[in-house]
Design a protein around this ligand. Sequence first.
Ligand SMILES: O=C(O)CCC(=O)C(=O)O
Ligand SMILES: [Mn+2]
Length: 193
Amino acid sequence: MTQHLDLRDGGTLDYHDAFYAADDADAFFARLRAETPWRQEQSRFGPFPRLTAWYADPGLTYSYSGVTHHGSAWTDTLARIRRDIETAAGTPFNSLLLNLYRDGHDSIGYHADDERELGVNPVIASISLGAVRQFNLKHKKSREKLTFDLAHGSLLLMGGTCQHHWIHGVPKTKTAVGERINLTFRNVGERPA
Ligand SMILES: O=C(O)CCC(=O)C(=O)O
Ligand SMILES: [Mn+2]
């Protein structure tokens, strides 16, 4: 099932709940869980409540929540996923942030992917593997809220003005949940002077 939503003020969402079939999604989860160099990043507020990793084409650096990342080189698994997503989204991606949510205590707070090096109306492509977690979007002014349960093997594309007018996050949950891996593909341009 794929779902297209036009959001208030020009944002778009495209959600493919079974972008990958369960056996492919299972294999990707197992490989990425094992082969990713997961790191515990710190921001000025303390440790991130999740583990992260960053991959990118050579020469790119990316600042995220006050942390400057130097990307690792693409693995075969990640290169394959990137190709699939570029085809689905019709746009190239040169960098990838991975998040590992170890259990319901892990989360990402409301934010927009609006760093200047992502450009004006970035397309952000997000793959979910493993435990189903809630993904919330909130309009900055009207506070309108949307919630998705992001399925194992799903793809969510955020486009248009989504990052200007909406913030998004994955809240903590008291429900017992297993591990979830999220892959967020972005296209990082030159950092404006
Ligand atoms: O885990 C998710 O679904 C969202 C991750 C995210 O928003 C980010 O890394 O910027
Ligand atoms: Mn984000």
